[in-house]
Design a protein around this ligand. Structure first.
Ligand code: ADP
Length: 455
């Protein structure tokens, strides 16, 4: 049941408690994009549908209408999509005064067919593939971020230079330091919890100013929704307290990056029987889990783009930083890209450690599931475990080190073309190529500092 029903929203509007409903779709970057509706308008008609410009699935991080997409363009006149609220996602947004929010699915302008390149539709398609196999998935995403003493406004006017992380030292698991940050973090935990999002915890992470947010695992769409709302809420709450907070994969060369580890397990269709567990298998892994993991390893390079979608994402993959460089598996070993957690228990699961906090969860989960399904269908054998320090291992399967390499692998992936459709793969290859072009023609601070005087 939705965290907030239409009846409850009506009652809250009548009581003067809610006056605004945020209606948002998810863009290619995993951001909430949409409008604020007066609650009365939402209750009269907005709950059925609204409209948005279709460039929202053809723009880059800076809202540039990127040329060359098949779905829309200046030639096609940048028309509308229909936003259809998914009323199961209707909830309070307690950190914003008098506000509720709801996420929308994207349909063509006539409100008939799902838009294939919409991230929520892409994940829905893989969830349906699992259902036809009599399976369901449970997933969790662990989001890391950096919190700063400056406000977003001050950070921007300083050109994002000389920022001051909220803590002066590595605060991994620190209670005292995180006590000093409770103004923001407690508001994030309680705000999300009040929105019906099952927050588990926050903690300090392994750099000055770094933290992590954990939300209880759930069905893939539900978890991706939580993740998307949580990122938006965390920024809104930090902003409201005069602090800046970033989910960039790597904001500073000298600091560790921010990851988004993805925990995954498969269950019976009704979600009651954990199918990854077999007490007699290695680490308690069932054959199905081994095939699923083998599929992810075989296709790891092909879906890296969906785990690392920006130029900046690739700066995170540095040895001895807890971010992986190798797509190999190991049990309870944080140097491997794929870690087995919950070994020898019904909670045994695959943790993919490759993704950065800048990933789009719908796309990342869809690609991971597609690769896992491919492994199950082909009954792939799991390769031997990588032991010890995976960074130092020679010959282990490397994660594509650049966006360029990941884009080439995505372009050539027959697995993803079959699972997601050629139109979807071509759309995201085009997005990746645009990101690369935008970067390649820029002159960076690093080049100027290095070469201005000395070249
Ligand atoms: P930590 O790594 O911080 O010790 P946990 O091991 O408790 O945390 O779990 C990490 C994440 O994995 C949590 O967000 C949790 O909800 C999720 N998780 C736990 N069990 C499963 C499962 N069977 N399938 C998918 N995710 C799970």
């Amino acid at each position: 049941m939705a965290p907030l029903t239409l009846e409850q929203l009506t009652a809250a509007a009548d009581a003067g408690e809610i006056d605004t409903v945020i209606l948002a779709q998810v863009d290619m970057q995993g951001r909430m994009m949409g409008k604020r509706l007066h609650v009365r308008h939402f209750l009269e008609s907005g709950y059925k549908e609204s409209h948005s410009c279709n460039y929202l699935l053809a723009a880059d991080l800076e809202m540039e209408p990127v040329p060359g997409f098949e779905t829309t363009s200046w030639e096609r006149g940048y028309g509308d999509y229909t936003m259809r609220p998914d009323l199961e996602t209707l909830r309070l947004a307690p950190w914003l005064p008098g506000t509720a929010l709801v996420l929308a699915d994207i349909l063509d302008h006539h409100g008939m067919a799902p838009v294939s390149v919409s991230p929520r539709a892409i994940l829905q398609q893989q969830v349906e593939r699992l259902a036809t196999l009599g399976l369901s998935a449970k997933m969790a995403s662990e989001l890391e971020f950096f919190l700063f003493k400056e406000s977003f406004e001050d950070a921007e006017s300083a050109g994002y230079r000389s920022l001051t992380p909220i803590s002066p030292y590595n605060e991994d698991y620190h209670i005292f330091q995180t006590t000093k940050e409770e103004g923001v973090l407690r508001a994030i935990r309680n705000g999300l919890y009040g929105a019906g999002i099952p927050v588990e915890s926050t903690k300090g992470e392994a750099a000055a100013g770094q933290g992590e947010l954990n939300i209880r695992y759930g069905a893939p769409i539900e978890t991706a929704d939580y993740h998307t709302i949580a990122k938006n809420a965390a920024k809104e709450i930090a902003w409201s307290q005069g602090r800046a907070l970033t989910f960039m994969a790597k904001w500073n060369y000298a600091a560790s990056g921010s990851s988004c580890h993805v925990h995954q397990s498969l269950w019976s269709a009704d979600g009651s029987v954990p199918l990854f567990h077999d007490a007699n298998g290695p680490y308690g892994m069932s054959k199905m889990m081994q095939h699923f993991l083998a599929g992810q390893l075989l296709h790891a390079s092909e879906f890296t783009f969906f785990l690392a979608p920006n130029i900046n994402s690739y700066k995170r993959f540095q040895a001895q930083t807890f971010a992986p460089t190798k797509a190999v598996w190991s049990s309870d070993n944080r140097t491997a890209g794929y870690r087995i957690c919950g070994a020898d228990s019904p909670a045994v699961r695959v943790e993919c450690r490759v993704g950065g906090a800048d990933l789009n969860p719908y796309l990342a989960f869809a690609a991971l599931l597609a690769a896992g399904i491919a492994g199950i269908e082909a009954k792939l054998e799991l390769e031997p475990e990588a032991a010890g320090d995976a960074y130092a291992e020679t010959g282990g399967r490397a994660i594509p080190p650049t966006l360029r390499a990941a884009t080439t692998a995505l372009q050539g992936s027959s697995m993803l073309r079959t699972a997601l459709g050629d139109d979807v793969v071509d759309h995201y290859v085009h997005a990746a190529e645009w990101e690369q072009i935008e970067y390649d023609r820029r002159v960076t601070d690093w080049e100027i500092a290095r070469g201005f005087e000395r070249s």
